[in-house]
Design a protein around this ligand. Sequence first.
Ligand SMILES: Cc1cc2nc3c(=O)[nH]c(=O)nc-3n(C[C@H](O)[C@H](O)[C@H](O)COP(=O)(O)OP(=O)(O)OC[C@H]3O[C@@H](n4cnc5c(N)ncnc54)[C@H](O)[C@@H]3O)c2cc1C
Length: 373
Amino acid sequence: MAAVPGETDLFVVGGGPAGLAAAIAARNKGLRVVVAESAREGPIDKACGEGLMPDSLAALSRLGVGAGACPGYPVAGIRFLGEGHSVEARFGGCCGLGIRRTALHQLLVRHALDRGVSILWGATVRRLAHDAVELDGRGIRCRWIAGADGGNSTVRRWAGLDAGMCEKRRYGFRRHYALEPWAEFMEIHWGESCQVYVTPVAEKEVCVAVISRDPKLRLDETLSRFPDLSARLAPAPVTTRERGAVSATRTLPRVCTNNVFLIGDASGSVDAITGQGLCLAFEQAAALADALVRGEPHLYQDAHNRIRRRPALMAGLMLLLDNRGWLRRRTLSAFALRPAVFGQMLATHLGFVPVTRLAGSMMALGWTMVFGV
Ligand SMILES: Cc1cc2nc3c(=O)[nH]c(=O)nc-3n(C[C@H](O)[C@H](O)[C@H](O)COP(=O)(O)OP(=O)(O)OC[C@H]3O[C@@H](n4cnc5c(N)ncnc54)[C@H](O)[C@@H]3O)c2cc1C
């Protein structure tokens, strides 16, 4: 473990993407930052669709982290497949990025260290006091604490912020295949109560993830329901073991109290179907640093509510397609008839156009669903 400073401005519990982003944003503002991470070393892997949408890349670049030089694969847009239809939309003038979770983690660690963040590996926070955290039997004094300790956050519980929390769970499993990507799109294959995501992450590697409400539904069984995809993947060597994670829709009435602030999945999350989890974390990181240096920490709550609104709305709409087969069939068929509407909804999803335009897209979609034109 690196030398443990006796005091700091911001103490971050958890060195996943959200914790590292919070640390980078705070260092950008001149604060002293310590990150404690339970894992003994990086890079940390996690089950993830491994897609960074253009808005995620923009948020990352606002933190001063350019992902351009990073190993990854440019993604030009999103393709939905299912019910005999295939429809795609491009991200417009910009690109997304498929990137191995480990590569993203390495990138964030490097930027954090370059800026002078102290990262303590193998350091599990055991307790919070009023103005300190307890780490392996010794206290570190701090002005503020950021709980970036993931979906099962103990900081959230210690700070009493899980009162009134609402949560719905789905389950994700992913693995990688050594296979040249066949499309410049991130694909979402819609099935009965499950989706399979395919993200190109390197010249010769794709990430395949399944998400469903059934905790027992693994990749092999799911893929057997998607014969075309299965046939494409069958000859390719599997390069990673299957890894699972919970994809939660989690809302909290409050994400901060006194000097404790939650960020990333600890602060609530939208379903992984949106591909927005990392974007939320990066945007929250900037908002938290801003609020702290302005000396108005309560501003973080308002910013957090604002940042979450659009992804939460879009997640709700997408999950309707997961829950209702008839709606999924009609929607995919309507998108296939009018791909421009799919493009408009994707633009709203990514924040390229205001959410207020969604009403127009929904009306166009509804019209096509009813009248077939
Ligand atoms: C199946 C699936 C697919 C997804 N696909 C995408 C996608 O394509 N694009 C996207 O943007 N998002 C995606 N997401 C969401 C994204 O993975 C999460 O939003 C993101 O991992 C949240 O990062 P985090 O840092 O908040 O939490 P985590 O990544 O869980 O990190 C928390 C860290 O805190 C550490 N920790 C916990 N407790 C302590 C403690 N007491 N002391 C010290 N350290 C501690 C843990 O070791 C861990 O490293 C997906 C999620 C799932 C489940």
